[in-house]
Every structure is written in C-alpha cells, then in structure tokens.
Design a protein around this ligand. Structure first.
Ligand SMILES: [Zn+2]
Length: 460
C-alpha cells in the first residue's frame, strides 16, 4: 500500500508504427467518414499508431492512438488479450475521415461491408507489437508537466446550439537533464480538413500537427482526439493539402503555447477503473446495419440494466431491445484524471454549458441533464480521449435530441448527429458509467466493504 504522499518514480516510453493499408491488392480500400463508395486512389502520408507506455512500479499502462475513423471494441479486446503484462491498455482513434473503413458502413454502397478484416487483423497485430516494443525501451524516472491553451478560432461548430471545447491539453515528459522525451497532445476536432472529395489516404491535419511538433521539440509526439461531438471540425477552407497542412501547423502552435504554460504534475500512483456498458441501440439505421452485417459486432438483448449483459441476439430474438457492449474508463494518474470515452462526446457534456432552456421543439426538452466531466472531476486536472477503445457514435445530450418534427431552431430538416448515435439514452449511460469509474475512493474498495453496488456518487 502507498503511504499518503509517497510518490513512485515514473518511467515512460514512446513508440510509433506505420498502419497504412496496402493499395492495389484484390480488395479495394474504402475511405471512411462521409458517404459510401469512396475508393482510395493513393497515399499522401502514412497512417500511424502511436503509443505511450507509463510505468510506476508494477503498474503498467499503455495509451495508443491510431489514425483511423474508430477502431471497434472487439478489435481492442483482441489487442489487450495479447498484452497480459499491462494493468490497462487504451486504444483511441483520432476519428480520421481520410483513412480506411474499420467499422463497415462506408463500403461500395450502403448495403455492403466496407472493412477489410485482414487489414484490421494487421492493425491489431501491429498495435500489440508496438506496445511490447515501446515497453522495452523506457526512460526511467522522468518528470512530467501538464499545460493547456485555448483557441476557439481553430474550430468550427457545425451544429446548433453553439458549444465548443477549444482547450488543447498536453503532457510534457522530460529527463533529468530537462531534455524532452516526448509530448502527449489532446485536441478536439474532426480530422476532416480534406473533406469528402479527397481520395488519397492521409491522417488529415494531425499529420501536420505531429510533424511540426516533432521538428520543433525533436522528440516523439502522440496525438489523441478528445471531444468532437456537437460538431467540432476545422474552420471551413479549401479542401487541399496546403490548407490542411496550414491548419495542422496552427494546431501545433496552440500545442506549443500549452507546452510553454505547462507546470509540473505527478502522474503516480496510477490506477485504472473501467466498466463494461450495454448501450441500447434504438437508431434504426444502426439496427438495420447490424442485422444485415454491414456493421459486424455482437448484439445483446437488453436487460434494462446498462451494466448487465443480456442474451446474445440472433435471428430469433432480433425483434427485442438491442444493446451493444462497450467500455468507459477513468484512469487516475496521480494528480491527473484521464477520461476514456467510447465515442464522440458533445462539448456540453464536458463543461456543462447546456442551452437553458432547451429548444422547446426538441424531442425531450425537459429530460434530466447528464452529469458532466467538470462536475464529476471537480478541480482535478484532466485529459479526455474520445473514441477510446470503441466508436459508438455521437453521445448527445438528451435535451438536444431532435428526430421528430417540429425541429428545433425553426429548421425545416433535422440537424446532423442523431443519425450517427445509438440513441437518446447513450450519453446518460456513458456519463453515469464514467462517474462510477471516477469515484476516487474506488468503487472496488467500497463494494468489498459493503458488499453492495457503489453509491455516493454526487452526480447521480
Ligand atoms: Zn464524427
């Protein structure tokens, strides 16, 4: 047991590996993120998997970022199963809209599966080897600092109500001499500066952000995507590589401000608390995709309890309420909390800047407000990795849900968002699940003492 105030030495490793799919083979590579039938025609810059391994005594945690639209939970479980020496392995996707489909819905047409399963296997193998290789080349006893910088001009909000998370967060790892060992950057924007007409594989603007920071600081850089719902994207501009590069370099400039502002922070001791969630899927398109095999993951009959797994769904019971299995987690890294959210969180759920009152034309204007990251974590320093270990789509505040006429803001047509969400309950389930993980006294300890489900979360 740790004595209060005792802090273990922290070791850190950085690594990266190319995960660009091969072109010109028998199977076409379908680009993900917009419409269907967008076949990759070439490669502009490589897609990468980047890894940070943190070690504190016997606790080892791997944080992996992949330049993909959203690696699914089953693939992440496969990566973890081959890394038994780790206390926790997190795999977050940047949500790249200019890379291969790894979910299924962007194939030749809306009825065909867009994933090359062999490619996903290759990605999982490379991630496993990347984490192993990173863990054997660690720098011991490092210093860490944490900084933030904010710039709303680097974001565009494509959905009402206006709400942004324009805070970029960094962790700076340095050796005893002060030399930088690596940077971990979290920024909140769709990698889609190249737009829907591009046919060249690219990591989009994070390619330029990482490149510029590597040149400036002469150290490895791992880029993670935070909250991107609601919907945060780069400012409108020409969908060219010149613009994408310019924007990526601007984001690197914001990261440099955060590095300058960074102050020392302890990342030990480390502890990860994760929960499996069974999210109801009421979105008809998702249900159809799942039953037609355009989306391929296990479905479970709802038990009515998001923490309890139901029967595996098959043809026989496919009319019942459907759920999918995902995971939410909170990593307590010394003085920093890391929120691992399995989809695209709306920024209202970070800071709680909900529109008050909700638009009366929304479907549930009086729905209870979800607990927010700020409420749950209080004054603690935090980072948030969206699309962590899964991509379950948009996590929309229920008061904003708007599928039925009349539409909010006097609109003729529904806004974009709900079409790519499991349903109106998903955000509440994920945020309550996160709140349970974030209870710092530790729900595990509480359960052991009381033999009851954890309570006492002020947010519930
Ligand atoms: Zn998105």
């Amino acid at each position: 047991m740790f004595l209060a105030g005792s802090v273990q030495a922290l070791d850190v490793g950085f690594g990266e590996v190319d995960i660009t799919p091969k072109l010109g083979g028998k199977e076409k590579v379908w680009l993900a993120g917009y419409g269907t039938g967008r076949e990759a025609a070439g490669i502009h810059d490589p897609l990468m998997a980047r890894c940070v391994v943190l070690q504190d005594g016997g606790t080892r945690i791997a944080l992996v970022s992949v330049d993909l639209v959203g690696l699914q939970f089953p693939a992440v479980k496969k990566i973890r199963s081959q890394l038994p020496g780790f206390s926790y392995v997190l795999v977050s996707s940047t949500h790249n809209h200019e890379g291969p489909d790894v979910i299924g819905m962007w194939g030749r047409n809306q009825y065909s599966y867009g994933v090359n399963d062999a490619y996903v296997e290759e990605v999982t193998d490379r991630c496993v080897n990347l984490v192993k290789d990173t863990a054997v080349a660690m720098v011991e006893d490092v210093n860490v600092s944490y900084g933030t910088a904010e710039d709303a001009s680097l974001l565009r909000d494509t959905r009402q109500p206006a709400a942004l998370d324009a805070v970029l967060r960094v962790l700076v790892f340095s050796g005893k001499s002060g030399k930088k060992i690596g940077l971990l950057v979290q920024w909140n924007s769709h990698p889609e500066a190249m737009g829907s007409q591009n046919k060249l594989i690219t990591a989009d603007f994070p390619w330029a952000t990482v490149g510029a920071l590597k040149r400036k600081y002469q150290c490895p850089v791992a880029y993670f995507t935070g909250t991107v719902g609601g919907l945060m994207a780069p400012p409108a501009g020409p969908t060219t590589f010149a613009y994408t590069e310019k924007h990526g370099i601007q984001v690197a400039g914001l990261a440099a401000r955060a590095v300058e502002a960074a102050r020392p922070l302890k990342l030990t001791p480390m502890r990860a608390e994760a929960r499996l969630l069974y999210l109801p899927v009421t979105n008809r398109l998702y249900r159809l995709g799942l039953s037609m095999g355009v989306l391929r993951r296990e479905r479970f009959v709802s038990t009515g309890d998001p923490y309890r797994k139901g029967k595996l769904m098959s043809g026989k019971n496919s009319g019942e309420d459907m759920t999918i299995e995902t995971e939410v987690a909170c990593l307590q890294l010394g003085e920093l909390s890391l929120a691992a959210i399995p989809g695209e969180l709306y920024p209202e759920l970070v800071y709680g800047k909900f529109q008050e009152p909700a638009d009366p034309a929304a479907d549930f204007p009086n729905a209870p407000l979800e607990p927010t990251i700020r409420e749950i974590l209080g004054e603690r320093k935090w980072m948030l990795f969206g699309l962590s270990n899964d991509e379950v789509g948009y996590l929309i505040p229920k008061r904003q849900w708007d599928r039925r006429k009349p539409y909010a803001y006097g609109r003729e047509k529904a806004q974009y968002g709900e079409a790519n969400s499991c349903g109106p309950e998903a955000a509440m389930i994920v945020m309550k699940g996160f709140a349970r993980c974030a209870v710092r006294e530790g729900p595990i300890e509480k359960r052991r003492q009381g033999g009851k489900a954890p309570e006492g979360n002020p947010a519930e």
